[in-house]
Ligand binder design. Structure first.
Ligand SMILES: [Zn+2]
Length: 319
């Protein structure tokens, strides 16, 4: 559906219960698709939507990937096949994981094995691999680039790190819409029916908090994100603040736990996740991303220190 002048939201369903919103911006001179969903989403959702509004994918000018994650980049090759004239773009810092399944599986999804004993099964890796058909990136962004879509309509790339290093949002000053991807992640990521699917997966806390502050300083009338309901007007600031507060609340809980005992990542999740949104096994392992992000930030700031236990896993305690 068209959510603002020239901006279309396309719902893409994946994984049985999940969904991701991709966005199509159509100007008189140029057009931009933001994110491609999983491998099956171009054929299942994006191309049928384009057809329904009479947009020829051969006319697509840009494909911008907000960040490296399977549900945002998985459809890159199918979209390039359907839109061979479009330039595929992402932030320079996310390029490696957007171009390579091995790189993102090892660097992101399977990163908790050696140091934390939270491993990803071979079946899990195969599932992730099947959800992505990747393509070489044509051009990288740094944030601040502008794209003229019509004579009198430009949108710009905004570097919004936190969920990934190179996360990039698209800002339309004409409608004051921010296509925010996962720049701000609220208190959980919802399923297709808005029930909670997993904790927010912010990873790099200092940059994530800085991004929330930056977003709150922008003029945003419509927050059009990847997984959450559209936020309008005063709800935009509340949504961002709630996400920021949640991240800081997790940090406070970790410090309280550290005042009582030392712990591994697995132990911290087991003890704290039930009281941070009711997360119980197996879903609570998804908390590894956020909680490790908080723990790394606390360690970098000198509030926690690390050692290794007999299994070789990292143990945190008060500094
Ligand atoms: Zn996502």
């Amino acid at each position: 559906m068209e959510i603002a002048q020239g901006i279309h939201q396309i719902k893409c369903v994946f994984g049985g219960t999940r969904m991701v919103f991709c966005y199509l911006l159509i100007g008189q001179r140029a057009s931009m698709l933001v994110d491609t969903g999983c491998a099956h989403n171009p054929e299942q959702d994006i191309l049928p939507y384009m057809q329904s509004i009479g947009f020829d994918p051969a006319d697509l000018t840009y494909i911008v990937i907000t960040h490296s994650d399977l549900d945002h980049q998985g459809g890159n090759q199918p979209m390039k096949d359907a839109a061979p004239n479009a330039l595929l773009m992402c932030h320079n810092l996310d390029r490696a994981w957007i171009e390579s399944a091995d790189a993102i599986i090892n660097g992101r999804y399977a990163q908790f094995g050696a140091d934390h004993g939270i491993s990803l099964s071979e079946e899990g890796k195969a599932g992730i691999r099947a959800d992505m058909r990747l393509a070489p990136v044509d051009m990288t962004l740094e944030g601040g680039e502008t794209f003229r879509l019509s004579e009198d309509w430009q949108v710009s790339a905004v570097h919004t790190p936190g969920h990934t290093w190179g996360h990039t949002a698209i800002y339309d000053p004409r409608s004051r819409t921010l296509i925010s991807g996962e720049a701000t992640m609220w208190t959980h990521i919802p399923n297709d029916d808005w029930t909670p699917a997993m904790p927010p997966t912010y990873c790099y806390v200092d940059t994530y908090i800085a991004t929330q502050d930056r977003l709150m300083s922008m003029s945003i009338d419509l927050l059009a994100s990847a997984h959450w309901p559209l936020q309008r007007g005063a709800d935009v600031g509340a949504f961002i603040r709630e996400g920021r507060n949640y991240c800081l609340h997790v940090e406070g809980q970790l410090l309280e736990l550290a005042a009582q005992q030392s712990f591994t990542l697995r132990e911290a999740i087991r003890q704290l996740a039930p009281n941070l949104g009711g997360w119980t096994p197996p879903d609570h392992q998804d908390f590894s991303f956020a909680m490790l992000g908080n723990l790394n930030a606390l360690t970098k700031r000198g509030q926690l220190k690390t050692t290794r236990n007999d299994d070789g896993f990292i143990v945190w305690s008060l500094a």
